[in-house]
Design a protein around this ligand. Structure first.
Ligand code: SF4
Length: 475
């Protein structure tokens, strides 16, 4: 479902330059021209996934063995299948409705859960579970039940644990809703993208408004009350007026949270995007106006803007966490998840343990081979250094709240803050343009420049090669 989950550095392009507090377009345009071509990560991890290298199963097993029982644990399960292909898709997903193939993947997940169980010495409590893809429900209600049951046999779940999954409203039937409710799911993220018929046809994702509305109603009636909607701007035939209408129609469904992503056109990496009418793609200025229009509608309706791309009702835990400075950023984007450790299960899934990151094989054949051989199917990863941890915290604070005080981070982590300096060369232009204000210890991105948060974060990234082609454009 998601265009961002499970891939580490996702293929979501940020060409936005607008803001929600009325910075004038001339300034925004100038900034876009100045910074628009820079390639910067979305910082869902630090170091970011392109800097992962080979990690062997023995090292990962040692990391799992060392996990303490009193840690707070988060689980991410990746289901890399969908019913049909959306032509804008940037995910690594496989299109299939072959039940045998889907059941086989469920079995592999169950085997992987057993392998993780075997590696653990202690079993921390799960505070957060997220199923992403692809389309998690592709393995069916029965498959999801088996995975949930297996996880509950291995791990204790906190009574107030958040159990969330991504859903494609076109594939949500009553039986699935009942299963999700019975298994304790508390939150669902529904992919909407755009309500406009012409846009939907152009992206090969025809999803009538009624279908989305009925799914929302059924989920709420079943007690799954946490609802997120995902919107995309920058799609073929989309206009500012359509985006405004998308926002209004979304608001009519009263979601708790919305994520608003910019479409990334990368046909060199995702060949199926060539099926989209390229000449109907909006240009940078139109994209900016589209994001600004959505932003304006949501903020005017009382939603709080969270970082780059999220919006939440003011009483939602995400808005409260942003206000309190306790918001986090992980592979799912912005999150209230307070976990100390994350275990990823399934192809491409990334875990984050105190010692470092671990990512599973991306190719099904490699994943299957490892699991069937009784080995943890880890392929890549990266141990984290003390400096990485400090810079990760700095980057998280910038991405979540637009500000960081280096002395505070130094105190929090018990290290000398003078070694956490940013790259002056990268920062100088941002400071000159007013995108970052600083007294040398405290760094802040004014709200009107939050669309450029990634650039401010990048100033603290010691691994970044700004010329690298693997990250998306800054604005
Ligand atoms: S094909 Fe569509 S539903 Fe599947 S992951 Fe891609 S965007 Fe989501």
């Amino acid at each position: 479902m998601s265009i961002i989950r499970g891939l580490g550095e996702p293929l979501v392009e940020w060409r936005i330059l607008a803001n929600d507090e009325g910075a004038d377009m001339a300034t925004s345009t100038a900034l876009a021209l100045r910074y628009g071509e820079q390639k910067v990560p979305r910082y869902t991890s630090y170091p970011t996934a392109p800097h992962f290298h080979e990690l062997n199963a023995r090292t990962y097993r040692q990391w799992l063995e060392a996990l303490q029982g009193d840690a707070r644990l988060s689980l991410y399960i990746h289901i890399p299948f969908c019913n049909e292909l959306c032509w804008y898709c940037g995910c690594a997903t496989t299109i299939t409705q072959n039940r045998t193939r889907l059941d086989a993947y469920t079995h592999l997940l169950l085997d992987e859960i057993r392998l993780v169980d075997r590696a653990l010495t202690e079993r921390p409590e799960v505070v957060h579970l997220h199923l992403g893809g692809g389309t998690p429900s592709a393995i069916g209600g029965a498959g999801l039940s088996r995975v949930l049951d297996a996880l509950r046999q291995v791990f204790p779940f906190a009574p107030n644990a958040e159990l969330a999954l991504e859903l494609d409203p076109r594939t949500v039937e009553d039986a699935l809703v009942k299963t999700l409710a019975a298994k304790g799911f508390t939150r669902a993220s529904l992919g909407v993208q755009s309500f406009d018929d012409r846009v939907q046809k152009a992206i090969n994702r025809v999803q009538p408004e009624d279908v989305t509305r009925a799914t929302v109603t059924r989920l709420r009636a079943a007690g799954i009350r946490g609802l997120n909607l995902d919107l995309i701007y920058g799609l073929p035939h989309q206009t500012e007026a359509i985006c405004r209408d998308d926002a209004r129609k979304s608001l009519a469904l009263a979601p708790d949270r919305l994520a608003v992503f910019g479409y990334a056109h990368v046909p060199q990496m995702r060949k199926h995007q060539l099926l989209l009418p390229e000449d109907a793609l909006p240009d940078s200025l139109e994209r900016a106006a589209q994001f600004e229009a959505i932003c304006e509608e949501l903020v005017d309706a009382g939603y709080v803007r969270i970082g780059l791309d999220h919006f939440a009702r003011p009483d939602d835990p995400m808005a409260l966490a942003a206000e309190a400075g306790t918001l986090h950023r992980n592979f799912q984007g912005y999150t209230t998840d307070p976990a100390d450790a994350l275990i990823g299960l399934g192809t491409t899934a990334i875990g984050s343990l105190p010692q470092g990151y671990a990512q599973n094989h991306a190719h099904m054949s490699d994943y299957r081979k490892a699991v069937l051989a009784g080995e943890l199917p880890v392929a890549k990863g990266r141990p984290v250094t003390v400096d990485d941890l400090a810079r990760r915290r700095i980057i998280e604070l910038i991405m979540c709240g637009g500000a960081v005080d280096l002395d505070d981070v130094g105190r929090e982590l018990g290290l000398d803050a003078t070694r956490l300096a940013p790259n002056d060369e990268r920062l100088a232009g941002l400071v000159a343009d007013g995108v970052v204000t600083t007294d040398g210890r405290h760094y802040e991105v004014p709200r009107e420049h939050w669309s450029l948060l990634r650039l401010a974060a990048a100033a603290f990234d010691t691994y970044l090669d700004l010329g690298a082609d693997r990250h998306s454009r800054a604005v």
